[in-house]
Design a protein around this ligand. Structure first.
Ligand SMILES: [Fe+2]
Length: 121
């Protein structure tokens, strides 16, 4: 639409977030803790996307590209909705993860305890 070739560089930030999420999935957390950890990792991705789309939306505004502003705002809203959905899920799942804390005492690492005591943003 802008007459430009749609190329770019590999996004190192997103690549890191995806790797971090993959590492999380290699952990031996019990199910509820794993779900809470995956939600946290997914929210990092959503927040990164929100920052990216918000930035290019603002650039499009500055350039007077109204049609692009509209499309980018649509995508930005989708990312915000995905983040909100994850927050809603975390409210129940983080509690489940916390409730099971005593049941598997001695088996979890302090790393797991930390991840369950925080509620996703
Ligand atoms: Fe997303």
């Amino acid at each position: 639409m802008l007459g430009e070739k749609p190329t770019g560089r590999k996004c190192l930030g997103m690549d890191g977030l995806v790797k971090e999420g993959s590492e999380t999935m290699q952990e031996s957390y019990r199910d509820e803790v794993m779900d809470a950890a995956i939600i946290g990792a997914a929210q990092k991705v959503e927040h990164y996307e929100i920052a990216g789309y918000g930035t290019v939306r603002t650039f499009a505004e500055l350039m007077g590209e109204d049609e692009h502003v509209s499309l980018l705002e649509q995508t930005l809203e989708e990312e915000k909705n995905a983040d909100q959905t994850l927050t809603s899920l975390s409210e129940e799942i983080n509690s489940q993860a916390e409730e099971g804390e005593g049941e598997s005492e001695g088996r979890e690492t302090s790393k797991e305890r930390k991840s369950t005591s925080r509620r996703a943003a």
